[in-house]
Design a protein around this ligand. Structure first.
Ligand code: 13P
Length: 246
């Protein structure tokens, strides 16, 4: 099974959402591919109702607190009333533009577990860190801090998203994707003591490069930004993975 998750970010008006839904419904879905979409909160209910059977619907962020005086925040407890199946946690845009720390991200992971929302933890190095050969050090640090004291029986996913590959059209080589994803799995099993965790790759994935980029034996799928805004492109990414042999 491959997992293709999309992240709409701060995109799509209601009109675009309606168009996406009708286009998505026309697509023939590939076998053995599970689709998910992290949408803006406002569309959670509608998307869930319309696409439930063909696509998991989740959100892009969640509050670190359960409730209280946190104006503008949405809690995991609220989300579970709306059948939200997952939330991205610690996306690099949240880390960089909203100054989220690993400690806050850890709290967000715990809130998701408390209320049955599957978190997808995003990790990845910046260009500077890569150039200084610090990728593995950064990945290990982010994983150990963000996954501190998590219940090891709960389901979650990790997305490896090198910051320099997001929205740039530049990607790591398939060999580097495999190496870093397999390193993440090693840290998960040796340091966090969890197994069977799916690890996705994210950063400039499109229907043309998906098959090659996601071909590595450790790579379980993709987290797709720009190309997930177009229903056909999004589904095509999954279709192009169908023939990968395991
Ligand atoms: P792009 O696919 O647009 O590079 O975005 C990746 C991403 O940030 C997914 O979370």
């Amino acid at each position: 099974m491959k997992y293709i998750y999309g992240n709409w970010k701060e995109n799509n008006t209601l009109r675009d959402v309606n168009l996406f839904i009708s286009e998505f419904k026309k697509q023939k879905m590939p076998n053995d591919v599970c689709f998910g979409l992290a949408v803006p909160y406002l569309y959670l209910q509608k998307m869930n109702k319309k696409l439930q059977k063909k696509c998991e619907i989740g959100v892009q962020n969640v509050s670190f607190s359960e409730k209280g005086e946190f104006t503008g925040e949405i809690s995991a407890k609220m989300l579970c009333d709306f059948n939200c199946s997952f939330s991205l946690v610690g996306h690099s845009e949240r880390r960089q533009k909203f100054k989220e720390t690993n400690e806050e991200i850890n709290q967000k992971m715990l809130r998701c577990f408390d209320f049955g929302i599957m978190p997808i933890l995003c990790v990845g190095e910046t260009k500077e860190e890569k150039d200084e050969n610090k990728t593995k050090k950064v990945l290990k640090m982010q994983l150990t801090k963000c996954l501190k004291d998590i219940p090891t029986s709960k389901k979650f996913m990790v997305a490896y998203e090198p910051v320099w590959a997001i929205g740039t059209g530049v990607t790591p080589s398939p060999k580097d994707v495999e190496e870093n994803v397999s390193y993440i799995k090693k840290v998960l099993s040796e340091n966090i003591k969890v197994s069977g965790i799916c690890v996705l790759y994210g950063g400039s994935v499109n229907p043309q490069n998906a098959k090659e980029l996601l071909n590595g034996k450790s790579v379980d799928g993709a987290l797709v930004g720009g190309a997930s805004l177009n229903a056909k492109k999004f589904v095509d990414i999954g279709k192009n993975l169908q023939n990968i042999r395991r």
